[in-house]
Design a protein. Structure first.
Length: 478
């Protein structure tokens, strides 16, 4: 295993004015098939501006509900930590000190410790006392702690289930690993990125990028690269459950990219996603399969995953486990042997807004004998709700089947200029064409002579999160 360092931030949206110039390559994906991880594939068919428009001609006028962002919003940050109090405390510290509005940031921490361990809150208060000596522990009232004995830990899903119970009445919810470092203006940046999906039901989620020197400055300012993680390939783990295969890379993204998969390293959405779609605590010790179940549950409840247009670098039992794995297999309709935990089955079943079978078609995942997953490394398109009543009741005034501006094709496109600009001292540095992963892929230049074209430049929003992990599968493409 190797340690990796990382950071997430929003990319600059850059204007171009030209009379005769090389046309920028479109947003695209470089990916490796699990069956042949030495072969890079480069897909230039990505068109995120139309990804919220259904492919079915009969449904082409339908759109997801547009985002609702109040003028003043707060953010809940959920963390689950295992005997890592010092780094958890520093995560809280950077979250408050580098937020644009720290008074609107709230943390909920499941702190799994043994008696001799440093507590997350104690570590934070030590950092806070040094930063704000006039206060005993500034922002302490914004932190909820659920302390649990580390020896009683039952895996990530059990901890995240209890993490969800700490959510209050905040507007937005962010889930991260508990050993993360925030960068400047992360709160405004994340909300701007989420708003750019033009979808109230959007969940920004991805794995975290491999670390390279210079991606983040000592003061927390970002210097992002050009290739960014996107989840679109899956395999089966040793227990037969679905496992996401690292991350593929999107080249020079300008917009969030619709995805079929969810990653535990970064998840940002409206908090109604956390309160409506609960993490199943009866999948004890589940690692492979956790993210697939989260993605499929979110999708069947009406949510859509998007990879952020951000660069992220990462620095990053037996009987109970069998019963949890068998619960997964029972849920997806696969045969199993042995015991199975069916407690609170109805509470954690799939949603009814969209069907699980439709999710399998959308994601390219199959459980059929003799077949392998098709993967989703291509331009995906939003799938309308089969039963929209639940979403319509949650969002008063919005209706899926209603003529007018709200469901017009123009309103369904990804927002190009809706994100409020945030001034930042440093901007994204341009890299040569053969920078990073692109050095392994040939790109023919395409020249256009289209006359004088002028496009408005977009505001630059920079935010980031540095995450540390020991899981080498988290970032497979370098």
């Amino acid at each position: 295993m190797m340690n990796m360092r990382g950071v997430a931030w929003t990319m600059a949206l850059v204007a171009a004015v030209a009379t005769a110039e090389t046309t920028p390559r479109p947003q695209s994906i470089a990916f490796s098939w699990p069956e042949n991880d030495n072969k890079k594939n480069y897909d230039e068919t990505m068109d995120p501006l139309t990804q919220n428009i259904p492919l079915d001609a009969a449904s082409s006028s339908l759109r997801p509900p547009p985002p609702r962002v109040p003028d003043v919003f707060d953010i809940f940050v959920g963390l689950s930590t295992f005997r890592d109090g010092y780094r958890c405390g520093y995560t809280l510290f950077t979250g408050f000190t580098r937020a644009t509005h720290p008074d609107r940031v709230y943390f909920g921490v499941v702190d799994q410790v043994n008696p001799e361990d440093v507590r997350c809150l104690d570590a934070y208060c030590a950092f806070a006392k040094e930063q704000w000596p006039e206060d005993e522990c500034k922002y302490k009232s914004h932190i909820k702690i659920d302390e649990r004995l580390a020896d009683d830990s039952r895996g990530p899903t059990y901890a995240r289930h209890h993490q969800q119970k700490l959510v209050g009445d905040q507007e937005f919810c962010l889930q991260l690993d508990a050993h993360s470092i925030f960068t400047k203006k992360w709160d405004e940046g994340l909300v701007g990125e989420w708003k750019a999906t033009n979808n109230e039901m959007a969940v920004l989620s991805t794995y975290l990028h491999h670390c390279h020197d210079g991606y983040i400055l000592p003061d927390g300012t970002n210097n992002p690269p050009d290739q960014l993680p996107h989840l679109c390939t899956t395999i089966r783990g040793g227990n037969g459950c679905v496992r996401t295969v690292g991350a593929s890379m999107i080249q020079r993204p300008k917009y969030p990219q619709l995805s079929a998969l969810w990653g535990a390293g970064l998840s940002f959405s409206k908090c109604h996603a956390e309160t409506r779609v609960r993490v199943d605590p009866h999948t004890l010790w589940m690692f492979d399969g956790e993210e697939f179940l989260r993605a499929s549950h979110l999708w069947t409840y009406g949510y859509d995953m998007y990879s952020p247009s951000t660069a992220v670098d990462v620095e990053l039992k037996k009987r109970q486990e069998e019963m949890g794995v068998n619960r997964f297999k029972l849920m997806v309709g696969q045969p199993f042997k042995g015991l199975v935990d069916t407690e609170e089955w109805d509470m954690y079943k799939f949603g009814s807004v969209r069907s699980f079978s439709e999710y399998l078609r959308f994601s390219g995942i199959t459980f059929a004998d003799g077949k392998t997953d098709e993967h989703s490394c291509k331009q995906l398109h939003w799938v309308p709700y089969e039963k929209p009543a639940e979403i319509e009741s949650m969002l008063p005034g919005w209706h899926l089947h209603r003529s007018g501006h709200e469901n017009s094709p123009e309103n369904g496109q990804i927002a190009e200029a809706t994100t409020t600009a945030v001034t930042a001292p440093n901007v994204r540095q341009e890299k040569p064409v053969n920078f990073g992963i692109e050095a392994t892929i040939e790109h023919p230049e395409r020249v256009t002579y289209s006359g004088s074209l002028a496009f408005m430049g977009f505001g630059i929003v920079l935010f980031g999160v540095v995450v540390y992990t020991n899981d080498g599968m988290w970032s497979r493409t370098k």
